[in-house]
Ligand binder design. Structure first.
Ligand SMILES: NC(=O)c1ccc[n+]([C@@H]2O[C@H](COP(=O)([O-])OP(=O)(O)OC[C@H]3O[C@@H](n4cnc5c(N)ncnc54)[C@H](O)[C@@H]3O)[C@@H](O)[C@H]2O)c1
Length: 341
């Protein structure tokens, strides 16, 4: 066990428990050293059967637990800033689930703390960058054979939203994935947002604007539209079509064999992100463990986390005001030059 990277996992909910399972049994080179959750029973359940993992209700106690060399943050977004700052104060490398920090002012504070440290410590959990289909799309766009990208048409549908999910969370939680994917695929910052409100679905919880149609403009003049519909009831669907000057490419349609029987043909639709992006999470966490063991930090940066928060904040402003809203971004520090997007 001594040569395995000892990881503290903060938060043992849906994502945290899945990452504990992944660190313990899927990726190589790591072990779960500690788990923290204010709900002790949940933390205990997550580590059941895992040797040597300590259980805590205080996240900082988990960071100080014996054998902890790195941190995976899977607590709710509002808890991320404190967790990141506590990890940085201890010089611990971090994989932080999205959103890195939900508000851009908090994200800037995290960026300033990493800059004071003088080198990267955190990778942000935008796992679409590790999805095989998205990587193929990125390679196609980068090699230029389709010409310059003009538009991205994106779809993000969930079966249902968790309790307490608000209209703003459709943008700053769900669409945050499209925000990062668009910045990464196009290699451009998003500069303005408009949100249009379609008729509300009968399946939406009381008071929640679901679905929404979100339109981003980029610094290079491309447009990115996102249909986000988080209580669609029929399955988890994430699609992205890039329309370029000399062709178009679409990902997100292929989820298994097309079965023809009894006079109809069909394919499975995944029930949620844990199924659709299982391979992407595995690759993301493996890449983080491998880089950390080499003493490196790779993948989406704190700048990417900050930019996503700033764009999402503008998006929530656009939803509330009903008007086109410009994204305000701080200058990009040299530490993040040439990384991420
Ligand atoms: N990458 C993805 O595709 C993806 C998908 C879903 C969720 N997420 C992100 O993962 C994070 C967790 O989401 P979830 O769906 O697992 O939520 P969840 O509500 O299922 O679990 C969160 C857990 O964190 C615990 N918690 C609360 N405060 C804490 C603190 N200060 N320290 C440690 N634990 C604390 C809660 O008790 C709960 O058990 C969020 O940031 C969310 O946006 C990412």
């Amino acid at each position: 066990m001594a040569d395995l990277l000892g990881v503290a996992v903060l938060g043992a909910g849906h994502m945290g428990a899945d990452h504990v399972r992944r660190l313990d049994g899927v990726v190589s080179g790591a072990r779960v050293a500690a788990v923290a959750d204010p709900d002790a029973a949940r933390a205990k359940e997550a580590v059941a059967g895992i040797d040597g993992a300590t259980v805590h209700t205080d996240p900082e106690a988990a960071l100080d637990a014996p054998g902890v060399e790195a941190v995976l943050i899977a607590s709710p977004g509002p808890a991320h800033e404190d967790a990141l700052l506590a990890a940085f104060a201890r010089g611990l490398p971090v994989l932080c689930e999205k959103p890195m920090v939900p508000d851009s002012a908090g994200a800037l504070r995290v960026m300033e703390a990493e800059l004071r440290h003088g080198r990267r410590l955190a990778q942000v959990g935008f796992m679409r960058r590790y999805d095989a289909e998205y990587r193929r799309l990125k390679a196609l766009l980068d090699d230029g054979r389709l010409g310059r990208p003009l538009m991205l048409h994106c779809v993000h549908r969930n079966v249902s939203s968790p309790p307490g999910f608000t209209s703003a969370m459709l943008i700053d939680s769900s669409v945050s994935h499209e925000i990062d994917a668009a910045r990464w695929l196009l290699g451009q910052e998003l500069t303005a947002v408009t949100v249009v409100r379609p008729r509300v679905s009968a399946g939406a919880p009381q008071g929640v604007q679901d679905p929404q149609f979100v339109l981003f403009e980029t610094e290079g003049g491309a447009l990115v539209d996102v249909e986000v519909f988080v209580n669609c009831g029929f399955g988890y669907q994430v699609r992205c079509e890039a329309v370029c000057e000399a062709g178009a490419a679409r990902v997100g349609d292929d989820h298994g064999p097309l079965v023809t029987a009894r006079g109809s043909a069909g394919t499975d639709v995944p029930r949620d992100y844990l199924v659709r992006f299982a391979d992407a999470y595995d690759r993301e966490v493996q890449a983080w463990v491998d880089a950390t063991r080499r003493g490196e930090v790779t993948g989406p940066t704190v700048w990417d986390g900050y930019a996503a928060s700033a764009v999402a904040e503008a998006g929530v402003g656009a939803l509330e005001s009903g008007t086109r809203t410009v994204v305000e971004l701080a200058p990009r520090p040299g530490l993040y030059a040439g990384t991420g997007r």
